[in-house]
Design a binder for this molecule. Structure first.
Ligand SMILES: [Zn+2]
Length: 329
């Protein structure tokens, strides 16, 4: 079957082709001259039990994402790759504040990403938008409140120009999720759509907090199964969950034991996403195949794709275009 996919949850910095990253890292001399591809590849594998090591891996791609040309090319190459993987629409997470280490402003970084997306859409049969990611940094939301506010205002400025909304990413347990409520209150007032990483490594209560902030979607949300009332709220509101099964295997699940099965059984609105393809070594087809192998039917998988279209931060007319593309596949 020539299935087409919609991916609403993938991080640009976590999803680059590793061989391509290695070449760019050599060109930019951000790795030792004599570093082999194998050794470079191993830097992407977290060591030890420290969950924060998962986040240290992002330093590898971020080292080559500090110039406008490189940010542009990363976005371009990623879209080229996913278009070949039959993704017809994607929402790409990008945190401008992580791309200012060599002097770029957040706005310059975001504009470079937008240009990369636009150029790729000209050349390949794929449509994409950027979700501007606010970041957890340090042990309080106050640590980078100004940077997050700057990102939020940039999102507002470029909304509708290859930018479709906000996300909150990073180490979920750094501080109380409620500390970010003031930022999302402003986003609500400005009518910016947003999704929040919640209930991935954090507890189910974070999903409730994200729902209370008015999140339009939940990134992961799998730990909502810890609390009956949160699942009930997800079922009642039909707020979509962006489920990234392979990414969650790090927490000890298998494809068969992942909470997705319980969330489906309870009637949650499910979308399937890749999260970080460089670390997960996955793509959308892989996710669908693995879920199919553990008993999720083709019909259900088709429904997940329709759910993703419905949940996308795009106009109804644009959703209809995607539905037609699916039908023609
Ligand atoms: Zn994520």
């Amino acid at each position: 079957m020539n299935r087409k996919f919609v991916d609403l949850h993938l991080h640009i910095d976590g999803s680059l082709n590793i061989a391509w990253m290695y070449e760019r890292a050599r060109k930019r001399k951000v790795i030792p001259d004599n570093m082999s591809f194998e050794d470079y590849y191993l830097t992407l594998i977290p060591s030890g039990e420290d969950i924060k090591a998962v986040f240290d891996r992002f330093d590898v791609p971020l080292a080559i994402m500090q110039r406008e040309e490189d940010i542009h090319d990363c976005c371009y190459e990623l879209l080229k790759e996913i278009s070949r993987d039959n993704v017809i629409y994607a929402e790409l997470r990008f945190a401008p504040q992580l791309h200012t280490r060599e002097g770029l402003s957040q706005e310059e970084a975001l504009r470079a990403a937008i240009k990369g997306v636009e150029d790729a859409m000209d050349d390949y049969p794929v449509t994409a938008n950027i979700l501007v990611a606010l970041m957890h940094q340090g042990d309080s939301a106050a640590v980078n409140y100004d940077e997050n506010m700057e990102s939020l205002l940039l999102c507002e400025k470029y909304l509708g120009h290859c930018v479709c909304g906000l996300d909150l990413a990073g180490f979920e347990n750094n501080c109380d999720l409620d500390e970010y409520a003031p930022l999302f209150k402003i986003a609500k007032e400005k009518e910016i759509p947003f999704t929040i990483h919640a209930g991935e490594m954090g507890n189910g209560e974070n999903v409730r907090k994200a729902l209370n902030m008015g999140a339009d979607r939940i990134g992961h949300g799998i730990n909502s199964i810890q609390d009956e009332t949160i699942v009930e709220e997800l079922v009642r509101t039909q707020i979509p969950l962006e489920i990234c099964v392979t990414s969650n295997l790090y927490f000890g699940f298998t494809y068969a034991s992942h909470p997705i099965h319980e969330l489906i059984r309870r009637g949650c609105k499910i979308t399937i996403c890749t999260d970080d393809m460089s670390f997960c070594l996955n793509n959308m087809a892989y996710e669908y195949n693995m879920l199919n192998k553990v008993g999720i039917s083709d019909e259900m998988l088709d429904q997940f794709t329709l759910n993703s279209i419905e949940a996308a931060f795009i106009s109804e007319a644009d959703k209809e275009v995607l539905r037609k593309q699916l039908k023609n596949a």
